[in-house]
Design a protein around this ligand. Structure first.
Ligand code: DNO
Length: 359
């Protein structure tokens, strides 16, 4: 595995590159040009400036999270070809500058959702929390307002201003759009972009739906092994891959996470992983606990063992951390708890590796 840490860019993150560089065994950044709207081309100059700044701090940039997919592509509108061409151009520009993995998602309108972005835990830390019963009483606009209020002034991935201004109109456009429609539009997109990914040696990695079920009646295609397999089968290429997010998929207790890791790694389809725990509190209710197995409901040792035994050689990053030690940060993306998470992942990996090689 290759370890990495997500960073949002100069002036857009409470965490600095110098701090990341001092995390044990963390040579790489998972980066983003956060100011780019979905459908816009990322220019070579913008990518170069961003990359050179990271390299100037002794770190590497090989993974981008995310290049967002324009809603017109997901909706299959006549304008989609223009946005697909822009997406391909961005892939080419990224590939030419050494980016090997691009994370994205195909969730209509709303990316990852939480009903509380700073739920107090018994130890005084705060964590991201979701309760379907609370969401059931909200409209999408309520969710956006509460998310904006709780974001501590930071942008949140998938919650970029431009996209959200269009919320009501976009929700309307999805009325009557079925899973089959969405799947057809997804296939069209993949068939168009994967050849470019192959040409410029960039692996696309689709992030799971989060939470791992449908919300607000919107169709979603990436939260079970069966559905993921359908996506993999749309275009049979190592460039059509998965961002294996243990917490997003793990939010749905029906998913057997280690089994899914083994299944998709065996097919060579997991270039990127997000690793974190999640604690079930009730039906469709969970909190993003600390990374340790004993903190949550997932067996993190079995998860790392599944990656190791599958020969996983992709990128791995710790996922959302709690806000601890009084840190003021983008919800889920502070320094301290994610650094602890990465150290734990490294520890588990070393233990699994030594255990395997000493037998
Ligand atoms: C949340 C993230 C997601 C992810 C996107 C990928 O913290 O894991 O927002 O970046 O779904 O496009």
């Amino acid at each position: 595995m290759k370890t990495a840490f997500r960073w949002y860019g100069e002036g857009n993150d409470s965490v600095t590159l110098d701090q990341i560089r001092q995390i044990p065994s963390c040579p790489s950044i998972v980066g983003v040009l956060d100011s780019k709207a979905a459908g816009e081309v990322w220019t070579p100059e913008e990518i170069r400036a961003y990359r050179e700044n990271i390299e100037g701090h002794g770190l590497r940039l090989e993974v981008i999270e995310s290049v967002n997919v324009h809603e017109d592509i997901k909706l299959g509108l006549p304008t989609r070809d223009e946005y697909i061409n822009n997406f391909k151009q961005t892939i080419e520009n990224l590939g030419k500058q050494g980016i090997r993995v691009v994370c994205y998602n195909f969730m209509p309108v709303i990316d990852f959702a939480r009903t509380d972005w700073a739920k107090e835990m018994p130890d005084g830390s705060t964590a991201l929390y979701f309760d379907q019963k609370v969401l059931d009483k909200m409209t999408p606009s309520d969710l956006v307002s509460s998310t904006m209020e709780e974001a501590e002034g930071f942008t949140l991935p998938g919650w970029e201003e431009g996209r959200l201004q269009m919320l009501k109109d976009t929700m309307k456009q999805y009325e009557g759009v079925t899973k089959e429609d969405l799947r057809r539009n997804y296939q069209y997109f993949l068939e168009a972009v994967i050849p470019t990914c192959e040409q410029f040696d960039v692996k696309l990695a689709v992030h799971p739906d989060d939470p791992g079920w449908e919300i607000f009646g919107l169709p979603r295609l990436a939260h079970t092994a069966e559905e993921y397999q359908k996506i993999m089968d749309m275009v049979d290429s190592p460039c059509n891959g998965i961002t294996f997010c243990t917490g997003s998929l793990g939010s749905n207790p029906e998913n057997d996470i280690p089994a899914m890791i083994r299944h998709f790694c065996k097919q060579g389809r997991v270039p990127f992983a997000h690793v974190r725990n999640v604690k079930y509190l009730g039906d469709k209710e969970f909190i993003e606990s600390g990374h340790l197995s004993s903190d949550g409901s997932l067996d993190m040792y079995e998860i790392i063992r599944a990656f190791y035994e599958s020969g996983f050689d992709g990128y791995i990053r710790p996922d959302h951390g709690r806000a601890i030690w009084g840190e003021k940060c983008r919800p889920g993306y502070g320094l301290y708890d994610r650094a602890l998470g990465l150290t734990y992942i490294n520890g588990l990996w070393e233990a699994v590796e030594k255990n395997a090689t000493h037998k």
